[in-house]
Write a protein that binds this ligand. Structure first.
Ligand code: DAH
Length: 341
């Protein structure tokens, strides 16, 4: 009996020395120490042994079990260490390997120009304000002195939501919103989307951006308007770019002027972009019509003001030599990539 026990132990211990994974280790444990295992087999067969021998055999079995349990615990530790080692090897990161280059994003040319305009005008003391894109007829037309049957209200140009609500056709309604809620002095600019029922082509889009400016105070003159726009032109396109005023008409200004800037592409010499004139038309402006001031609750005897409005796409196209406006909306990365700074 003792030989049998020693043999079980010898075999188990020698196997445990060379075991390398936890599955094999478990198999040995079950085979030797399990309920139906080899050592239990010995105890179970005790019935055939003389009663006075049983305690002795029991103690041999216990001793063997203890030896084997200790060996299993050792093997377990060794395996865990080896498995950890293996995992560390596998997950090792070679920090000297070259990395895959990530393509860098860039600001959209419209964002670049809008940021620049924001800086230019806030730098001159203007406050940037916002107005809604879905606008009441009253602000978009009525208070801007565009009466009921004015052609600008034509449904062919204007997206109507219902009889009283439109998608704003310009940023000028922000003027009305400000004048009806604030007292002079007023000095604001407002950027945003405007909507017109136009087919998209190289120079038109049903959605585009405008920048609106409004200054109201005592003794504001056309000279102030000219000075403001000259400064704006220089800051956006550089020294040497100036403005040219041409008489015009807008219902909300009196007098009104269309303003050209020195062509930034040829610096006034004449080129394809300015059709050899040296000038590019970029904005509308004028002295706020006293009628508009009065309708908005501002005393036109005490106060005067100027206003201007311009298309932002136009400005960015000139700045970046973009010839087709659709490029600004199609978001082709090959186009946008060029504006990485
Ligand atoms: N609202 C005009 C347009 O969309 C542009 C404009 C002209 C705005 C003259 C003004 C202005 O503030 O004074 O065509």
């Amino acid at each position: 009996m003792q030989d049998k026990i020693n043999e079980i132990r010898r075999r188990a211990l020698s196997e445990l020395v060379s075991v390398t994974d936890s599955k094999a280790l478990d198999d040995i444990r079950v085979r030797v120490l399990g309920k139906k295992g080899e050592l239990m087999g010995i105890l179970r067969s005790m019935g055939q042994v003389a009663a006075d021998m049983r305690p002795l055999i029991g103690s041999w079995v216990n001793e063997a079990r203890e030896n084997i349990e200790n060996a299993i615990a050792d093997a377990q530790k060794a395996i865990a260490a080896k498995e950890m080692q293996r995992r560390l090897e596998k997950e090792k990161i070679d920090v000297t390997l070259p990395v895959k280059e990530r393509s860098e994003g860039s600001l959209h040319p419209m964002s670049l120009v809008l940021e620049k305009l924001f800086d230019i005008f806030t730098g001159m003391g203007f406050e940037a304000v916002e107005g809604p894109e879905v606008e009441y007829d009253r602000y978009n037309f009525e208070l801007m002195n565009i009466p009921q049957n004015h052609p600008a209200r034509d449904a062919q140009d204007t997206f109507y939501v219902d009889d009283n609500i439109v998608l704003r056709t310009h940023t000028s309604p922000v003027q009305a919103r400000i004048m009806t809620t604030r007292k002079p002095p007023i000095r604001i600019v407002s950027f945003g989307r405007v909507y017109r029922a136009d087919e998209a082509d190289a120079t038109h889009s049903p959605v585009f951006h405008q920048l609106e400016g409004l200054v109201i105070d005592e003794n504001v003159s056309m000279g102030d308007l000219k000075g403001t726009l000259d400064t704006f032109a220089r800051r956006l396109y550089g020294e040497g770019v100036t403005t040219r005023f041409r008489p015009s008409f807008f219902p909300f200004t009196e007098p009104s002027a269309e303003v050209d800037l020195t062509c930034a592409a040829c610096r006034g010499k004449g080129c394809r972009i300015c059709k050899d004139t040296g000038w590019i038309e970029v904005l509308g402006s004028g002295m706020v019509n006293p009628k508009v001031l009065e309708m908005c609750g501002i005393d036109s005897k005490k106060y005067s003001g100027f206003a201007f409005g311009m298309g932002v796409e136009r400005l960015s196209n000139l700045k970046y030599n973009i010839t087709d406006m659709r490029n600004l909306y199609e978001n082709d990365v090959r186009f946008l990539k060029q504006f990485r700074t």
